[in-house]
Design a protein around this ligand. Structure first.
Ligand SMILES: *Cc1c(COP(=O)(O)O)cnc(C)c1O
Length: 356
């Protein structure tokens, strides 16, 4: 399939909601653009994908995704560039990861080119929903779920793939307080932690809620076997700066989601000659670094927040305060660089922007 021959059929809405949209009060993920992409899988093949007005879907009460959880998703963003164009950040990476999630969950893959092209055409049609307001973007949510009408556990034979988009502002308005989690587990080796599978997020809510009751925003997950190694923070990857070095858990474990934001952060840092260590990171070394003052920075990395500075790390009965955000030269510089790259204010040296 050649992408320039591939224009998806479009049914346009007769009543755009954009005129009712309040750009001054946008709650993350609560409002949706006018259209969505929809494609269905049956008899071993994907049908014709199409762009249709955003609308509810009907479902059979025995729809298997609801009962047995074959459901995966992705998240990426489109931004308005300084010269008024629309760019999408690294959608090819999301296409690849989506198929990796699909494989783990016994779901059909989607040709990467089709995945990216569906996003591009949807965003192009709804491009008025990509605002140039500072810090705002259009969050893109591709997802797939099992639609067999069956109470019975086996891989579904039918699926729906959709893409919806939602205009978003800043995710966290302040630096976050995180708690290093010693009892609950996000993912165990051999499990599905590397997949962006819906159930992973359901499983993480109860532990996160307990931490929130203690005044934290998020958890830092540790390994399931010993609770000795740091894995991720909430639904973000985690990066530490000790001295001048960036240190982050490596991705050779199937318990850590391979984040595109973290990868981008590390690529930028390496381009600048910053030393980066991807390896197993112990709680012990982070606590020691916090105690002796060499822990200069810690932040979450993910599409929703890009870089979310961590203000405080709680571990057992102790709370470690990190330096003020203004002093975090390196992560501030990386955040600015990525923001400028996505909005076309600097040259896209890596070729990460897909211009719509
Ligand atoms: C999506 C996600 C991330 C961040 O990935 P990005 O590609 O940077 O958005 C990190 N951890 C988990 C568990 C995630 O679901």
């Amino acid at each position: 399939m050649s992408i320039d021959q591939h224009a998806f059929p479009v049914t346009k809405t007769s009543d755009s909601k954009i005129k009712y949209f309040d750009w001054d009060h946008l709650d993350f993920g609560k409002n949706f653009s006018d259209h969505m992409f929809l494609m269905e899988y049956s008899d071993g093949v994907w049908g014709q994908g199409e762009i249709v007005p955003f609308a509810n879907l009907t479902m059979h009460p025995a729809m298997s995704a609801i009962h047995y959880g074959q459901s995966i998703f992705e998240g990426l963003k489109a931004n308005r560039t300084a010269d008024g164009r629309v760019s999408i950040f690294r959608p090819d990476m999301n296409a690849k990861r989506f198929n990796e999630s699909a494989e783990r969950m016994c779901m059909p893959s989607i040709p990467e080119e089709l995945f990216v092209e569906a996003i591009r055409q949807l965003v192009s049609l709804d491009d008025e929903w990509v605002t140039s307001r500072e810090g705002h973007s259009l969050y893109i949510r591709p997802f797939m779920y099992a639609t067999d009408e069956l109470v019975g556990i086996r891989p579904s034979r039918t699926y729906k793939f959709l893409i919806i988009t939602t205009p978003v502002g800043q995710y966290y308005s302040e630096p976050v307080n995180v708690k290093i989690e010693k009892s609950y587990t996000r993912a165990a080796s051999g499990g599905v932690g590397r997949a962006k599978a819906a159930g992973n997020y359901a499983a993480s809510m109860y532990p996160a809620l307990q931490a929130q009751k203690e005044g934290y925003h998020q958890l830092v997950w540790t390994d399931a076997a010993e609770h000795k190694y740091i894995e991720e923070s909430g639904t973000m990857n985690i990066v530490f700066q000790i001295g001048d070095k960036l240190i982050t858990p490596d991705e050779n474990h199937d318990t850590i989601l391979r984040g595109i934001t973290k990868r981008s952060v590390l690529q930028v840092a390496e381009m600048w000659g910053v030393e980066v260590e991807e390896r197993m990171v112990t709680i012990k070394e982070i606590v020691e670094a916090a105690r002796n003052g060499s822990l200069k920075d810690a932040f979450g990395a993910g599409t929703a927040a890009t870089i979310a500075p961590i203000a405080m790390i709680g571990y057992e009965d102790e709370k470690f305060m990190l330096p003020p955000v203004e002093e975090r030269m390196l992560s501030n510089k990386i955040k600015k660089y990525l923001g400028d790259l996505k909005t076309g204010r600097i040259e896209d040296a890596f070729g990460w922007n897909l211009i719509v």
